[in-house]
Design a protein around this ligand. Structure first.
Ligand SMILES: C[S@@+](CC[C@H](N)C(=O)[O-])C[C@H]1O[C@@H](n2cnc3c(N)ncnc32)[C@H](O)[C@@H]1O
Length: 283
């Protein structure tokens, strides 16, 4: 069968199954099956696959039909225009999280030429720290996670992106592995509530690590801990920058106001959902 026919058939099968982006998924899986980029498919719609390639493609589509995320099937995800290895031990980096990176970059630029120390809590695949390291010449980044398996992937991603000398990776529970103070603490913490978790699409609920997603009944338990203990690990005028979910502003604002933070601000994502909370530690 030709590439064009295979794409049509796979798109239709995935569509019937209710998958949200059947055309894109079919193209990504077919390109991966034949070890090519996606644009090759448009340039060679009449190419026939070998029997080995065809078998491979069919088995990948069968996995997607069971809602396994494409990124776990291919083992790759792009973030900040860089390539990252992903496995079911790490959350698949989301485009929304690039907004968190943008906000940290804006704060870092304000510091001018001075060296800047950044702590990332819950680094997962390492996407945030690696993106920041690629942009900031004067940053020293410490990235933590309590999952040794996630950290192993983050370290490989740092090496593959040539950023390993700019990031120290530490394993432990939230602030437990760090001792010094930082200018910026950044985190994309788990922020799904127990109730929301039950309603998530199967590709998230059944495949992504639960410990990367869920944080207590309201989804704000991790923000609470970051705000409470973060005070001790922030320099005066240092910033806490956290990703958040829809409808969490009221609770997070209260959490920050109850602690020693000022200049509390929120930034929305491109869909208009408040996505990032920022606050400065008082002098
Ligand atoms: C939402 S994921 C974010 C991953 C990555 N930073 C990203 O943005 O794609 C949250 C991460 O926090 C880690 N994590 C969860 N609980 C933790 C804890 N108590 N201490 C340290 N890390 C934790 C998880 O292993 C996961 O990697």
């Amino acid at each position: 069968m030709k590439i064009q026919q295979l794409l049509q058939q796979a798109r239709s099968d995935l569509d019937v199954r209710g998958l949200p982006t059947p055309g894109l998924d079919a193209e990504l899986l077919l390109a991966f099956s034949i070890d090519r980029e996606r644009h090759f498919l448009y340039a060679h719609p009449a190419k026939e696959l070998s029997s080995v390639e065809l078998k491979r493609f069919r088995s990948l589509v069968a996995r997607r039909m069971k809602w396994e995320p494409v990124a776990y099937i291919t083992g790759r995800k792009e973030f900040w225009s860089r390539g990252f290895e992903v496995t079911p031990d790490v959350l698949i980096p989301r485009p929304d999280t690039e907004i968190l990176v943008e906000e940290v970059l804006k704060l870092s630029v304000r510091e001018g030429e001075k060296d800047i120390r950044i702590l990332e809590i819950g680094t997962g695949s390492g996407a945030i720290s690696i993106a920041l390291a690629s942009e900031l010449k004067n940053a020293f980044i410490t990235a933590t996670d309590f999952s040794p398996k996630a950290l192993a992937i983050a370290m490989r991603n740092a090496v593959n992106n040539n950023m390993e000398e700019k990031i120290s990776f530490l394993c432990g529970d939230i602030f437990e592995p760090v001792e010094e103070k930082f200018d910026i603490i950044v985190s994309n913490p788990p922020y799904i509530s127990e109730d929301e978790f039950r309603l998530l699409a199967p590709e998230v609920r059944e495949y992504e690590p639960r410990q990367a997603l869920v944080a207590g009944p309201e989804g704000t338990e991790f923000h609470r801990k970051l705000a409470r203990d973060g005070e001790r690990f922030l320099e005066k005028n240092g910033w806490l920058v956290m990703e958040m979910g829809a409808g969490q502003r009221f609770t997070i604002e209260k959490i920050l106001k109850d602690k020693d933070y000022c200049d509390i601000t929120f930034r929305s994502d491109y869909a208009g959902v408040e996505r990032v909370a920022m606050a400065k530690k008082r002098e």
